[in-house]
Design a binder for this molecule. Sequence first.
Ligand SMILES: NC(=O)c1ccc[n+]([C@@H]2O[C@H](COP(=O)([O-])OP(=O)(O)OC[C@H]3O[C@@H](n4cnc5c(N)ncnc54)[C@H](O)[C@@H]3O)[C@@H](O)[C@H]2O)c1
Ligand SMILES: [Zn+2]
Ligand SMILES: [Zn+2]
Length: 367
Amino acid sequence: MRGIVYTGADAEVTDKLEVAEPGPTEVKIKIAAAGVCHSDLSVLDGTIPWKAPSVLGHEGAGIVEAVGSSVRSVKPGDHVVVATLASCGTCRACNTGHPTMCIRSLGNVSTPFTYDGEPASNFAAASVFAEYTIVQEVQAVRISKDVPFTSACLIGCGVLTGVGSVLNRARVQPGETAAVFGVGGVGLNVIQGLRLSAASRIVAVDTVASKEPLARQFGATHFVDATQADAVEEIKKIVPHRPQSMAGALGPGGVTWSFDCVGHPAVLRNAIDALDWGGTAVAIGVPPRGSEVSVDINNLAYVDRGLLGCRYGASRPHHDIPLMVELYLSGKLMLDELVTETRPLEGFRDIVEDMHAGKLARGVLIL
Ligand SMILES: NC(=O)c1ccc[n+]([C@@H]2O[C@H](COP(=O)([O-])OP(=O)(O)OC[C@H]3O[C@@H](n4cnc5c(N)ncnc54)[C@H](O)[C@@H]3O)[C@@H](O)[C@H]2O)c1
Ligand SMILES: [Zn+2]
Ligand SMILES: [Zn+2]
């Protein structure tokens, strides 16, 4: 079987993979398309430490090939999006609508593959850069056959993460203002989540100037090229302090919400500094382990600023994946527009190069 393996040093396109048959609670999926998320790249450069050998990819969609004896919710032939949460379904987090906080859903590694005859583990409980993968039943979410796989696959991470951070975690209200740092696959989905929430001013910030048209297409009302201007100052010019509030002290002016979709301490610091009184920054990007950010505590304590983390859009896959499909089919959520290029597995390196060069919304592998 073909797939992309993280060897510990690099990513290798190989045909030396085999996958197990599904156990009683598992589903075997024939992957049709898979998006390349920055988190896959973060495994390769060590930002996200992971076991090797392992099969990469965690943003995928495909067709159910076979199901285990106790699986009831999907059957062979169903089209599914793969959710990365192998959540247990029985703990307090799962039963209060927070499967992203299920302890079983984090760092849960199994070994359904062999690579050149040796055991190989999965990545993010998904491993969708392979012709076939094995997931838990709870992770195979059936979708309408009307959604092309190249668009559906993106729901599996970038869309749930970005749109979910706005709808589920921040719960942005109509008319509120926001800044989005990083206009990649995740940031564009934050931007369209803000558009869906009727945010008034949506300021996109990137270090690649050519991202501006894309940001505006998804709903940004302003764009700041962070290589040409101080992003915080620009944001405070676009959303100045409220006339009734005291200027000068405790950094008034700025947005109600900011989202770090890059994963760098300096970017998160800017996201905090760009907040108005009462504003909240949401940390989505994932820097190396141990990364820290410093803030002036008085700027938080006196005027109710806050900082939130957000994993996987605080999503509940069996609610949010059908919701994203419904919004797409009714013309309210852009998925096709996220697909900048499609390539076979052998084109993985080209996608990585184009991603680093800031050329992509998303690159998608076709299996
Ligand atoms: N919390 C989660 O659940 C979750 C889920 C998915 C991805 N992520 C993380 O989110 C981050 C973004 O992922 P992605 O797939 O959108 O990446 P991407 O490579 O598609 O996009 C990153 C964007 O950030 C821009 N950028 C880089 N440095 C910048 C800077 N200093 N200021 C402003 N913009 C800058 C790039 O030009 C690019 O447009 C990664 O760290 C990824 O690991 C987190
Ligand atoms: Zn991802
Ligand atoms: Zn659980």
